[in-house]
Design a protein around this ligand. Sequence first.
Ligand SMILES: [Zn+2]
Length: 204
Amino acid sequence: MTETADSALNVEQAGAVLAAEAARFASFGWMRGTAGNLSVVTSRDPLRLAVTASGLDKSELTPSDVVLVDGDGSAVDGGKPSAEAALHARVVRLTGAGAVVHVHTVAAVAMGRRHPAGVVLKDLEMLKGLGQPAHDQEVTLPVIANSQDMRVLGDRLEAARDPRMPAVLVAGHGLYVWGAGPRQARHHTEVVEWLLELELASAT
Ligand SMILES: [Zn+2]
């Protein structure tokens, strides 16, 4: 079934989806020590996102461990969203994505150190998993400097973003990846991480 950008979810359903996605990423070691956060759009007008709650072990989330936020990342019905909820909301506003994944992976941080101007990817069949029409298309994964200020980080992401690449690497931090819905965002995340792991393993 094709995933649409506007598959309507209530908050409980969104929480169940995000808990399952978080458990998967946690099992890969990409959300250690409560790191990272996930979101899914529950409404476009007004814009609402369900975002994983802050400070919880991402392998143990329940459907109620989400916070509903508005287009600025502020909580709508109480609760404490992740500090990074504002960036999730900005990515959604900027790209029209239906789901955003933020993970802290070793490969992302290592590759951000080696390629602070961006990670060039070419001649890899796996690029098709990011919507590239052919394996020989060259595309760059943008790398931006980290910040604790989500407005600053959002400005950097907006300036660096390549519309062909549904991801940005934050140096010294991790990845932001998005898709039309949670399943596509997951696939994009797994493909980007695979490409980073490959480039890391191939580096001389
Ligand atoms: Zn983070």
